[in-house]
Design a protein around this ligand. Structure first.
Ligand SMILES: [Zn+2]
Length: 247
């Protein structure tokens, strides 16, 4: 069947509408930094699900993962790995949830409560991460960016339920604040001591860091948003999917 030729003015109108939509989407959510995965993520996922985490020696504490929003519903979630808005451009989690081992979760709750008295709250991007997801990240990331991802041969503190990626939101507007870099941005702007950005951005980064570090967390020097809980060595690498966690 022959197609009707489209009137040129109608064509322009469609383009204009698309542009408006894109602009609106841009305002609605911060676009994540992207890499080009070394191989298709679906292929890497299939391999990672079949692989086994490294064997570890030692006496570990019994895992006790707690869902953060159940401790306080004013802790916000923006789990970008459950969406396509992340550095791989593909969803790697099937559920937008965030967990930490109980002592770390309770320390985070105290940081959140203190920040609320100063007009901010915590917004969580990621907590416990099953080991196979760490393997997908590593296998997808080009060598020159591997400093920003954990080696699955050693496992990650996220795999132990003792690392959290987070930022601040403004209690009045409910919106995430602007920091010197975006979350998961693989550039030197992400460094915890990066001297650029605005004075406001740096002081918000300091506010977050102080609230977390006085509660037993330590910032990652190459990622202002990533904090490790002091007792991470006491927990084993876990490879349980969110949907299989008992809550
Ligand atoms: Zn992290």
């Amino acid at each position: 069947m022959a197609m009707m030729p489209m009137k040129p003015w109608l064509n322009h109108r469609i383009h204009f509408c698309c542009l408006l939509l894109l602009v609106r989407l841009g305002f609605a959510q911060e676009a994540s930094f992207r890499i080009t995965p070394l191989r298709p993520v679906e292929e890497l996922r299939a391999e990672a699900l079949k692989a086994q985490p490294p064997r570890e020696q030692g006496n570990f504490r019994e895992p006790d993962l707690v869902e953060l929003v159940k401790l306080d519903p004013t802790i916000k979630l923006d789990v970008r790995y459950a969406t396509t808005n992340n550095f791989l451009g593909t969803a790697v989690y099937t559920q937008a949830r965030a967990f930490l081992q109980r002592p770390a979760a309770e320390a985070l709750l105290r940081a959140h409560q203190e920040l609320k008295s100063q007009g901010h709250g915590l917004i969580i991007h990621d907590g416990y991460r099953p080991w196979y997801v760490t393997k997908i990240f590593w296998d997808a990331t080009p060598d020159d960016k591997k400093i920003f991802v954990a080696n699955p041969a050693e496992g990650s503190k996220h795999n132990r339920g003792c690392a959290v990626d987070l930022s601040l939101y403004d209690l009045k507007t409910g919106k995430e604040v602007k920091m010197p870099s975006g979350y998961d941005e693989m550039t030197d702007r992400a460094y915890a001591d990066y001297v650029g950005g605005t004075a406001d951005q740096r002081s918000l980064r300091t506010l977050l860091r102080q609230a977390m570090e006085t509660r037993g967390f330590k910032v990652n020097p190459t990622e202002w948003w990533h904090f490790d809980y002091k007792d991470w060595k006491q927990y084993p690498i876990l490879n349980v999917k969110f949907e299989d966690l008992k809550q």
